[in-house]
Write a protein that binds this ligand. Structure first.
Ligand SMILES: [Zn+2]
Ligand SMILES: [Zn+2]
Length: 273
């Protein structure tokens, strides 16, 4: 029974850690959609390390190329290469030449100038192993006498696996299944269920239409866009600032001229009801 409870607890803890990916590597470092002070950048880099994906530099490099060449053969996880490839295949195969050519043309000087990113890149293996495996195993064992083997399997490994699949699903599910309220001519989609599960990253059609918008959607609220709620909270305590947002008028215009007409389904959620 205790093992089962642990597995259930892993889910919200995993979501909390995933903020390092969504609010950190994605909305802050990849898109510069808001500014974060040093304590917040350090905090996000720890959460991100606890997910043990790539280091921030590599993650951002892949993601910037993904946006620039989305769904072409220069996209590192192009859905055009198949669902499996976009989900996990791209992680276990060599990147094609087209992708490497685009990497060379990217300007990543903002990352090179950020000491938090530089530190994380330099000590990535030891840093991410510490936060992803050692800390989540140690805390339940030390503070509430959990079996260390259960801590390791549930809180470290299962949690990491869960977050990895959520992140990969943005590249696979959110590039194939769902509505296209803001641009019907691109692959990325919006999906309510996936948005809840992925902390607001499932509004992916909006995100590709307005990648610099820190909200990644017109729809906010803790349930449908936990990442935006977290960034707003950081703004309230003065750790985040300079939020970039599309105007309601620009969003409406875009939906009317390029969308598939499905925005109407979300009007209640957009207005917060
Ligand atoms: Zn995408
Ligand atoms: Zn993005």
């Amino acid at each position: 029974m205790r093992e089962l409870l642990n597995c259930v607890d892993v889910y919200p803890f995993g979501q909390f850690c995933a903020l390092g990916v969504t609010a950190g590597a994605h909305r802050l470092w990849s898109h510069r959609s808001y500014k974060a002070n040093l304590p917040l950048r350090i905090f996000l880099s720890i959460l991100f390390a606890s997910c043990k994906q790539h280091d921030i530099y590599e993650w951002v490099r892949d993601h910037r190329v993904h946006h620039k060449y989305s769904d072409t053969y220069a996209d590192p996880h192009s859905i055009k290469r198949g669902f499996f490839f976009s989900h996990i295949g791209w992680m276990v195969t060599k990147k094609p030449k087209e992708v490497h050519t685009k990497f060379e043309k990217l300007d990543l000087s903002d990352l090179e100038n950020d000491p938090v990113v530089r530190f994380q890149k330099k000590y990535f293996n030891i840093w991410s192993t510490f936060w992803c495996y050692i800390v989540p195993t140690f805390i339940p064992w030390y503070f509430w006498n959990e079996d260390p083997w259960i801590s390791f399997c549930a809180v470290a490994v299962a949690r990491q696996g869960l977050i990895l699949h959520y992140a990969w699903s943005v590249n696979s599910i959110a590039h194939r299944y769902g509505n296209k309220p803001y641009d019907r001519n691109i692959c990325p989609t919006d999906d309510k269920i996936y948005a809840i599960l992925a902390l607001g990253e499932g509004w992916h059609n909006y995100h590709h239409a307005f990648p610099w918008d820190y909200r990644s959607s017109e729809i906010g609220g803790f349930k449908y866009n936990m990442t935006t709620s977290f960034i707003d909270l950081m703004g309230k305590i003065g750790w985040a600032s300079h939020f970039k947002m599309a105007t309601t008028e620009a969003v409406k215009k875009r939906a009317e001229s390029k969308g598939d007409g499905s925005r109407i389904q979300y009007v209640g959620l957009i207005n917060g009801s």
